[in-house]
Design a protein around this ligand. Structure first.
Ligand code: PLP
Length: 394
C-alpha cells in the first residue's frame, strides 16, 4: 500500500500518555522561572513554593473527592502503587497478616510489586478473570482470609478500559479486616472518582494521563491508615515521602486536575460518542473483528479490538506508517510475539491476546480523524491477512 503523501497524524494512544495542555505548560514554565525556592525553607522564596504546592494539592484532592492533607505527591503512578502496597505490607507485617490479593489484569506497577513481596515471603493471590475483563466479587470472597492485609484492584484497566466494581470489592476487603488499594491512573480525569464513594483506603493517580506532565503523581491515603514510608530522608509530605518536592511538576498536575474537573462532563460524552463511532465503524468495515472486554462498563475513551488472523504488532506498524498511533498490550520480544498479559488473564485464546489493538482517544481527536481511521483500516487488514503467516485461526 502506498503511504499517503499528505499524512494527517492521528494520536489514538492517550492511555499511554497525553500531550501536556498548553495551560499546564505555561504554569510550569512560570513556576520554573519564578518559584525556585525549596518548599521546606522558612523564608519568602520557600513559602511561595509551598503555597503553590498547597494550591495544587487542593485541586488534586478535589479531583478525587478527598481532603488535601491526604494527598502525598510521588514521582508518578508507579511509585504511588509501590508506596501503597509496600507501605501497607511493611506497616502491617507485625500484625501477622501476610497475605495480599490482586487481579491478573493489573498494571506491572502492581503485579511486579506483588512478585517482589512474594519473593520476600508474602503469600500472594492473583485473581483470575473471565472474558468480561471485570473482577468478580465472588472470586475475591473465595480468596480472602483472616490473614489478608491488603487487596489491590485497579479502578479501570489501561488496555481494555473496563471499570471494576471497586466499591463492592472494597466492602468485601473491609468485612475481612483487610485494607483496599485501587490504581485509579486510568480513571482520574476521565470519569468522576470519589474516594469516599469508592470506599477505598488508598488510591493512586498519575498526571500524564490527564494532560499533565510526566514524572509526577499522587497517592491518596485515607487519614489514619498505617503506611510505612518507603524512602528514607527528609520530612517532606508530612513525613510520608522524603525528597525536595518537584514544584513545577506538582503545579502542572494541579492545573491539569482543575482542567480535567471542569471539562469532564462534556468531554466524557464527546469521547464516548467518538469511541463508539470508531468501534462501530471498524466492526462494520473490517470482517472478523471483535471487542475485547465488557462493552457496557468502560472508560469513555478506550476500545480494544481483536483482528482475526493479524499480528497486532504488524497492524500497529502499518497504522503508524499511515500516521495513526495506536498500541498493543502484546510485545515483541526476541522475535516472538508475547501475548498481552491482560487479555491472557481474561482467559481469551492466545491468538486473541496477540491480535488485539487498543485505541485510546483524547482531547484533540475529531470525527474526521475517526472516519479516516475507519476508511484506511480495511485495506491495511486485507493486505496483512493476505501476507499473514499466522494462518487461519478462529
Ligand atoms: N497504572 C496504570 C493502570 C497505568 O496505566 C500506568 C501507566 O501506564 C501506571 C500505573 C504507571 O503510571 P506512571 O507512568 O505515572 O508511572
Amino acid at each position: 500500500m502506498l503511504r499517503s503523501l499528505f499524512t494527517m497524524r492521528i494520536y489514538l494512544d492517550h492511555n499511554a500518555t497525553t500531550p501536556v495542555d498548553p495551560a499546564v505548560a505555561e504554569a510550569m514554565m512560570r513556576t520554573l522561572g519564578d518559584l525556585f525556592g525549596n518548599a521546606s525553607s522558612v523564608h519568602y522564596y520557600g513559602q511561595q513554593a509551598k503555597s503553590a504546592i498547597d494550591g495544587a494539592r487542593s485541586a488534586i484532592a478535589a479531583l478525587v473527592g478527598a481532603e488535601p492533607g491526604e494527598i502525598i505527591f510521588t514521582s508518578g503512578g508507579t511509585e504511588a502503587d509501590n508506596f501503597a502496597i509496600r507501605g501497607v505490607a511493611e506497616a502491617l507485617e507485625a500484625t501477622g497478616r501476610r497475605h495480599l490479593i490482586t487481579s491478573g489484569i493489573e498494571h506491572e506497577a502492581v503485579l511486579n510489586t506483588f512478585k517482589a513481596l512474594a519473593r520476600r515471603g508474602w503469600k500472594t493471590t492473583v485473581l483470575p478473570l473471565d472474558p468480561s475483563g471485570i473482577v468478580s466479587p465472588d472470586r475475591l470472597r473465595e480468596a480472602i482470609t483472616n490473614d489478608t492485609a491488603l487487596v489491590s484492584i485497579m479502578h479501570a484497566n489501561n488496555e481494555i478500559g473496563t471499570i471494576q466494581p471497586v466499591a463492592e470489592l472494597a466492602e468485601i476487603a473491609h468485612a475481612n479486616g483487610a485494607l483496599f488499594h485501587t490504581d485509579a491512573v486510568q480513571t482520574a480525569g476521565k470519569i468522576p472518582v470519589s474516594v469516599r464513594a469508592l470506599g477505598v483506603d488508598l488510591l493512586a493517580i498519575s498526571a500524564h494521563k490527564f494532560y499533565g506532565p510526566k514524572g509526577i503523581g499522587a497517592l491518596w491515603a485515607k487519614r489514619g491508615i498505617r503506611l510505612s514510608p518507603f524512602m528514607a530522608g527528609g520530612k517532606q509530605e508530612r513525613n510520608r515521602r522524603a525528597g525536595t518536592e518537584n514544584v513545577p511538576g506538582i503545579v502542572g498536575m494541579g492545573v491539569a486536575a482543575r482542567l480535567a474537573n471542569d471539562n469532564m462532563p462534556g468531554e466524557s460524552v464527546r469521547l464516548s460518542s467518538l469511541r463508539n463511532r470508531l468501534e462501530e465503524g471498524i466492526l462494520k468495515a473490517v470482517p472478523a473483528t471483535q471487542i475485547n472486554g465488557a462493552p457496557g462498563s468502560r472508560v469513555p475513551n478506550t476500545t480494544n479490538i481483536s483482528f482475526d488472523r493479524i499480528e497486532a504488532e504488524s497492524l500497529l506498524i502499518a497504522l503508524d506508517l499511515e500516521g495513526v498511533a495506536v498500541s498493543t498490550g502484546s510485545a515483541c520480544s526476541s522475535g516472538t510475539l508475547e501475548p498481552s498479559h491482560v487479555l491472557k488473564a481474561m482467559n481469551l485464546p492466545v491468538h486473541r491476546a496477540q491480535n488485539s489493538i487498543r485505541f485510546s482517544l483524547g482531547a484533540a481527536n475529531t470525527e474526521e480523524q475517526i472516519d479516516r481511521v475507519i476508511s484506511i483500516l480495511p485495506a491495511i487488514v486485507t493486505k496483512l491477512r493476505s501476507l499473514s503467516a499466522v494462518g487461519s485461526r478462529s
